[in-house]
Design a protein around this ligand. Structure first.
Ligand code: NAP
Ligand code: F7E
Length: 344
């Protein structure tokens, strides 16, 4: 019998890589897509199978994690072996503008899935993955961050994810449901949303290089992040559900860079020499004598996470997982794909 997986958040960056990964492993994949007025399936369009195709392996369902009825109904109808909850309002800065909605999706959404598993009495059938985040460490209390580092969240997004993490732990302990929490550090790819800083930089600098854009306006260039490749990280999500026991795992590269350094590496790949002047909000980046990088307080957060660095030792020991892509390979791939799509 083929294994069945259900993915909430299938249309997102990770959802698309996970779907490819699971289809290669011969799974039948079900995904939840929310209704929108414009098409939101572009990351999985290459995997789409006609509704009437025989022996289909990818099924899409309309649903929404804020709608408990649809969540329960889909779980009841699909009865998957594995559920991956990747759905989220995942933008930290935006979570300050829509905190209640963010909590509804990111915190209560997870509870809706967990409690559906319980009330449908599917505790023994379903293994559940919760997409936790390094943002939960917030203003870090220890470096590097491990599974034992206390959480100190700094945004409505991160607070909601702490709720989801702890709720997962509670349902594991109270109802014996197989719940594994990932604590994933930033992971990027050519499919990364265009308003996250890495993609904003690769796309922005590529457009400037091609003469399609004049300036790139950013926020805090001094923040440090531990950036990996999304493709590597979805494998870790799957590995967590292949274990005998549920647990929590840090997934990271163990290396950290400033946003400014990331930008410099992208510029180097594009053969652009940037000359920096000024500091903090007054930082300016010049290329061929013209200002192409500026900072604006619009892109600063009310409370920032300045530094993140993960230690994925437990994942290495128990899951046998380690990152395959380094930051330079990640940037190469992102810039190459942006150059290709902009030249089409
Ligand atoms: P993403 O690209 O923003 O994808 C989020 C997914 O959630 C999309 O499919 C989105 O649908 C869906 N979604 C949003 N609101 C929903 C709702 N109300 N009901 C149902 N689905 C909804 O995020 P990602 O980068 O793939 O990340 C996947 C998960 O890992 C998220 O939970 C994120 O918080 C977490 N995470 C990400 C990182 C990272 O660095 N990428 C690190 C740690 C944890 P639409 O396509 O319709 O918007
Ligand atoms: O910001 C700084 C910003 O929005 C990274 C999500 O996937 O990873 C992601 O959250 C850093 C921050 O990612 C701009 O202030 C400067 O310090 O790319 P980001 P994030 O906030 O780290 C975690 C692990 C998740 O779980 C989240 O879902 O870059 N920064 N200038 C900027 N950030 C943005 N977005 N835009 C700027 O112009």
């Amino acid at each position: 019998m083929k294994k069945k997986a259900l993915i909430f958040g299938i249309t997102g960056q990770d959802g698309s890589y996970l779907t490819e990964f699971l289809l290669k492993k011969n799974y039948i994949v079900h995904g939840v897509v929310r209704r929108s007025s414009s098409i939101n399936t572009k990351r999985i369009d290459h995997l789409y199978e006609d509704f009437f195709k025989k022996n289909k392996r990818l099924y899409l369902h309309y649903g929404d994690i804020t709608d408990g009825l649809s969540v329960k109904d889909i779980i009841y109808n699909v009865k998957p072996n594995e559920i991956y909850n990747l759905s989220a309002q995942s933008h930290v800065a935006v979570s300050f503008q829509i905190p209640e909605y963010t909590a509804n999706v990111d915190a209560l959404g997870t509870l809706r899935i967990l409690d559906s598993i319980r009330s449908l009495k599917l505790e023994k059938k379903i293994k559940f993955y919760q997409a936790g985040t390094s943002e939960m460490y917030g203003d870090v209390l220890e470096t590097p961050q491990t599974e034992k580092t206390p959480f100190n969240p700094r945004s409505p997004y991160a607070v909601s994810k702490v709720f989801a993490h702890l709720m997962g732990k509670n349902y594991r302990e109270a109802y014996n449901i197989f719940v594994s929490n990932g604590i994933l550090f930033n992971h990027e790819s050519p499919r990364r949303g265009e308003t996250f800083v890495t993609r904003k930089i690769t796309l922005g600098l590529t457009k400037i290089k091609l003469g399609m854009q004049k300036k790139l306006v950013l926020g805090n260039l001094d923040a440090k992040r531990d950036w990996g490749h999304a493709k590597d990280y979805v494998e870790a999500q799957w590995l967590m559900l292949q274990q005998k026991k549920p647990d929590d795992f840090v997934i990271a590269t163990g290396k950290t860079y400033t946003v400014k350094k990331f930008l410099e590496m992208v510029a180097k790949k594009l053969r652009m020499k940037i000359v920096w002047k000024g500091k903090g909000i007054n930082t300016r980046g010049y290329y061929k004598g013209k200002i192409i990088i500026e900072c604006n307080k619009k892109y600063f957060r009310p409370s920032e996470v300045n530094f993140l660095l993960g230690k994925p030792l437990k994942a290495k020991k128990i899951l046998g997982w380690k990152p395959k892509t380094n930051i330079s390979q990640l940037i190469d791939e992102m810039v190459t794909e942006d150059l290709k799509s902009l030249s089409e």
